[in-house]
Design a protein around this ligand. Structure first.
Ligand SMILES: Cc1cc2nc3c(=O)[nH]c(=O)nc-3n(C[C@H](O)[C@H](O)[C@H](O)COP(=O)(O)OP(=O)(O)OC[C@H]3O[C@@H](n4cnc5c(N)ncnc54)[C@H](O)[C@@H]3O)c2cc1C
Length: 303
């Protein structure tokens, strides 16, 4: 309910203008490394120093012209070059609508293919984020196409709130594919997604267990401590090797838990977004937790 309200209000022009103007100063910076790639590399270096890896996300989605998609592709190629040159431990994560998916599937595929080819050259890795359910089928198809050429350098995200995901996972599993499993962050109708949180949580655990037991590399991306505990018990009980999975969290959320996991020897990764186009990303973080809105509102009052 709260999520629907926030994501719905986010489409309002006046609200979006006000938040975009002041948001970074009023609290959005908690979730975003900064406006420039240099800010993000600085954060990655700090994470690496304490044994945590990263995945860099250049913020932005849904381009309305193919030239913008080409620019986004070049930005990702540059990001991979910089990661390599600076010697930091970081993958990249990207959104297909930023690569032009809504305008031309072929162009989007070619943009992603070039980015994954560059990652292959450096022994790096590209995660295709999952957006709203209008794009699920196209995203999985594009992932499979590129995976066929570069099986070690690309992975995709699966969302536990969608009814279809268990079937997608069964179809895609095998041959050591690489999945990040999340609960799901978009506004979805009850016709496609579980409306109740306990159902999403149960499905999340089911998907992680299925993925791990079918030989996929599994990125367990959640801040839910109870679920992290369940996954740890499962991998110990089933002797699943620690090089078959990792834990991921978002920059600015529950970093101490990820740090504890890293200290225990588990592979860990923080999703580090950067850039000026942070509005949609920030709204999804607010929608996940009412307290984030209160924090924002308090800062607004203090001005
Ligand atoms: C690395 C990573 C990548 C992701 N990629 C995608 C993607 O590609 N597509 C997609 O749809 N979703 C993505 N998500 C978001 C995900 O779908 C969830 O919306 C988000 O992670 C919140 O769910 P949760 O698993 O943490 O569980 P929840 O049950 O929502 O949260 C558990 C606890 O974590 C804390 N918490 C959770 N969110 C926040 C927050 N925003 N601020 C402060 N505290 C919080 C709270 O204490 C909460 O009680 C990603 C998440 C992560 C961690």
């Amino acid at each position: 309910m709260f999520r629907q309200l926030i994501l719905g209000i986010g489409n309002n022009r006046l609200v979006s203008h006000a938040i975009q103007q002041y948001g970074l100063r009023l609290g959005a910076s908690r979730f975003i490394a900064g406006p420039d790639l240099g800010d993000a590399i600085h954060v990655v270096r700090q994470l690496n120093q304490v044994g945590v890896e990263a995945t860099l996300d250049s913020l932005g989605e849904s381009v309305d012209r193919l030239e913008k998609a080409t620019k986004a592709r070049d930005n990702y190629l540059h990001m991979l070059d910089v990661i390599q040159k600076r010697g930091v431990q970081s993958h990249v994560s990207l959104k297909l609508t930023m690569m032009g998916l809504e305008l031309s599937v072929d162009e989007a595929r070619e943009n992603v293919r070039q980015i994954v080819a560059r990652a292959n050259q450096y022994g790096n890795f590209v995660r295709i984020d999952m957006e709203d359910s209008r794009f699920t089928s196209a995203t999985l198809k594009l992932f499979e196409d590129v995976w066929g050429e570069y099986p070690h350098n690309v992975g995709v995200v699966l969302q536990a709130y969608l009814y279809r995901t268990i079937d997608d996972l069964k179809t895609l599993s095998g041959m050591g594919k690489n999945f990040r499993i999340v609960k799901g962050a978009y506004m979805e109708p009850v016709s496609v997604a579980y409306p109740s949180k306990p159902d999403v949580d149960d499905n999340y655990v089911r998907l992680v267990k299925y993925s791990l037991s079918h030989g996929n590399y599994t990125a367990v991306a959640t801040h839910d401590e109870a679920i992290v505990g369940q996954v740890l018990r499962y991998v110990k009980r089933h002797h699943i090797s620690s090089d078959q999975f990792e834990f991921q969290m978002l920059y600015g959320v529950k970093q101490s838990i990820l740090q504890d996991l890293a200290n225990e020897g588990y592979r860990t990764r923080v999703y580090v977004p950067w850039g000026r186009d942070w509005y949609a990303y920030y709204l999804r973080r607010v929608a996940e937790r009412p307290a984030n809105l209160l924090f924002f509102a308090r800062n607004l009052m203090r001005r």
